[in-house]
Ligand binder design. Structure first.
Ligand SMILES: Nc1nc2c(c(=O)[nH]1)N[C@H]1C(S)=C(S)[C@@H](COP(=O)(O)O)O[C@H]1N2
Ligand SMILES: [Mo]
Length: 309
């Protein structure tokens, strides 16, 4: 049980919605329509009457800064399957996100393969405003829509010996240029979490952003978000989730890092990937500011790590 204490970053919601206010609702909607049409990222289904978006905002999670303009969030990305630069949105025309299945296997009582478009309609979608911190030293503030990872875990019922969760992304060299051009690299991407981290109230499986479905560049149709960890733990475009007893390799620990780097919690006091993590540049305003321990989510998550060395 978390005790409700005032949290440093909790500021009025209007800060986070400043963009809506500044532009006025009509202009804001026009901006949305324009970016959708220009980018052609979204399938037409977002405009249909059956859309599950926008979902109701869960106002428990507040920001200490304005939302990042959506244009940056969908046009400034890390997505190694497509390319090494930030403008991978240009390289995603061939990427097919429908149909998409999510296979859940391993140490679970009810292994299942979900059709993701069906899953999205079955799960309790909500919107949350979260900060996002990349180990490269930049950050954003994003309204994600998704459902608690725990809600999926409840559907598959982990066995009593399950301790970790491995998430695996897609392998489609015909659709993802870097997988085709660099077969020697480690594909597919994968990540690992402890079961406690996956079940944590902050951990989301995200299917939408800014009140509509995810852009391909942000990891459509389904990705993880763990806002207290460096961004690379938040695997995009997930095809499989496996429950294990042993700590799984992760993409980065496999390549370069000692196993202690498994957690990858945001920590301004420690270098990570050989960089100082003390400060971050906010994408869009390009202001820099000090990075917060656990990316500001310490009151929620610090207890998870109290026993760690
Ligand atoms: N499948 C996959 N997931 C991924 C990555 C990736 O290259 N491939 N990059 C990670 C990194 S380094 C970051 S910072 C975030 C970026 O998410 P965003 O582009 O939505 O900001 O996605 C993470 N998830
Ligand atoms: Mo990142």
């Amino acid at each position: 049980m978390l005790i409700k204490i005032p949290r440093g970053w909790e500021l009025p919601e209007r800060l986070a919605t400043a963009e809506h206010l500044a532009l006025g609702r009509r202009t804001f909607l026009a901006t949305l329509g324009l970016s959708a049409a220009a980018g052609a990222f979204f399938s037409p289904s977002i405009w249909s009457a059956t859309s599950p978006y926008p979902a109701k905002r869960n106002s428990a999670y507040q920001l200490d800064r304005p939302l990042t303009k959506e244009y940056f969030v969908s046009h400034y990305n890390n997505f190694a399957e497509f390319g090494d630069d930030k403008d991978i949105w240009k390289l995603m025309d061939r990427f097919r996100i429908e149909p998409w299945t999510l296979r859940v296997t391993g140490l679970v009582t009810r292994p299942q393969t979900f059709d993701v478009s069906k899953l999205i309609r079955e799960m309790p979608l909500e919107e949350r405003l979260y900060r996002h911190r990349c180990v490269e030293g930049w950050s954003m503030a994003i309204p994600w829509t998704g459902f608690p990872f725990k809600a999926l875990i409840d559907r598959v019922q982990p066995a009593s010996d399950a301790r970790y969760v491995k998430m695996i992304s897609f392998l489609r060299p015909e659709e993802a240029p870097n997988q085709k051009e660099h077969p020697e690299q480690t594909w597919p991407h994968y990540q690992g979490l402890t079961l406690d981290e996956a079940m944590h109230e902050l951990t989301l499986l995200v299917t939408g952003m800014y009140g509509h479905e995810l852009s391909k560049s942000c990891g459509a149709p389904i990705r993880a978000i763990l806002p207290w960890k460096y961004g690379f733990k938040s695997l995009k475009s997930i095809v499989a989730i496996e429950f294990t007893a042993e700590q799984p390799q992760t993409f980065w620990t496999h390549i370069a890092l000692p196993p202690s780097h498994f957690y990858a919690n945001v920590n301004p006091n420690e270098r990570y990937l050989n960089r100082s993590q003390a400060r971050e540049k906010i994408i869009g305003t390009w202001e820099t500011r000090p990075t917060l321990m656990y990316n500001g989510y310490g009151p929620y998550v610090a207890h998870l790590y109290e026993k760690q060395p």
